[in-house]
Design a binder for this molecule. Structure first.
Ligand code: BJW
Ligand code: ZN
Length: 267
């Protein structure tokens, strides 16, 4: 173990209120593609194009095909050693009367499936829907989410959109609403949930140690959380395969696959 890892582990052993920020890199070794990595294309589209209200308005069928594919992937993969180390670390600290909060940009639910309890999903969830008419939010794990999407979600570049009529896309079941459902995901240009953002902000202002795992730190407001923690002179450790936009702000940088580095830091 190198000296930096020893030093960060010492810090963690006295910490009482730990913030763990995660991005898609934490799920990469489970088989979930990252956004800006080589698996970031679905058909011929960048995920960052499809994750917009404009794309949903222009072609709700295409966007539902994309999200149905991702729901399918996320439901078939398993949490990895990094998710597990984070979940076990939370359990251990809670037993000692301390707090661990996981603020994730991920929508795949893998932290919770690994056993983490205190998870704030900044960008929503693949397994929740929101009605475009009445705003009702529901948990939905049924795959396919509606019969019309069955077998229509292949990621290959030569597959065309099925142009499913909106009446056959997922519809709101609450009372007699019947409105078009959308994934409960925060798309580009959309605001984050105020309550979740407030809780995350509180952790940014009060934590006494911070880990930032598997994120490129380019999407706001999440990108500014760890640099703001570091500004308070609180130790922040970044776990990534490479340097990021934010690396210069942090006291520690552990390069490598997070299943190895995070496990070493937390166990
Ligand atoms: C490993 C690894 C391994 C791989 N081990 N590591 C201020 C300034 C400028 C712009 C803005 C601003 N405030 C807001 C904006 C606009 C915009 C934004 O940030 N734009 C940027 C391009 C600058 N933000 C928004 O629109 C947000 N809304 C908002 O703030 O509203 C108010 C507002 C609006 C407009 C203007 C001003 C204010 C909403 C952002 C919602 C982001 N949504 C997405 C998609 C939806 C989710 C989904 O469909 O799944 O969320 S975008 C996408 O990026 C996704 C991710 O959660 C997010 C972050 O990506 P992440 O996780 O970091 O993935 P990658 O691929 O980028 O990085 C992976 C990393 O892992 C890499 O570093 C690898 O090296 C590493 N890695 N394997 C360790 N094994
Ligand atoms: Zn409704």
């Amino acid at each position: 173990m190198n000296n930096a890892m020893k030093s960060f582990k010492d810090t963690l052993s006295t910490a009482k209120n730990v913030l763990i920020l995660s991005g898609s890199g934490v799920s990469a070794e489970s088989g979930v593609p990252t956004f800006r990595g080589s698996g970031g294309l679905w058909r011929t589209y960048q995920a960052t194009y499809l994750a917009t209200p404009q794309a949903f308005k222009a072609n709700p069928s295409l966007v539902w095909e994309f999200y149905e594919y991702r729901r399918d992937v996320a439901s078939k993969v398993h949490p990895n050693k990094a998710h597990e180390a984070i979940a076990n670390f939370e359990k251990k600290l809670v037993k000692e009367g301390k707090n661990v909060t996981i603020v994730t940009q991920n929508v795949d639910g893998l932290h919770q499936r690994a056993g983490s309890n205190n998870v704030l999903e900044l960008h929503g969830s693949l397994f929740k829907t929101r009605c475009t008419e009445c705003d009702n939010i529901e948990v939905n794990r049924t795959i396919p989410i509606c019969p019309a999407l069955e077998g229509k979600c292949a990621p290959d570049p030569d597959v065309m959109s099925s142009d499913i009529p909106v009446e056959e896309l997922p519809r709101c079941q609450k009372n007699s609403c019947g409105g078009l459902l959308r994934p409960h995901i925060v798309w580009f240009g959309e605001s984050l949930d105020e309550e979740i953002l407030d809780k995350a902000e509180k952790m940014v202002e009060t934590c006494d140690a911070c880990l930032i795992v598997g994120t490129s730190s380019i999407i706001y407001p999440a990108a500014m959380f760890a640099p703001r923690v570091a500004e308070r002179s609180v130790p922040v450790a970044e776990f990534n395969l490479e340097d990021t936009e934010a690396t210069k702000h942090f006291q520690y940088h552990f390069r490598g696959p997070c299943t190895v580095t995070v496990t070493e830091a937390l166990t």
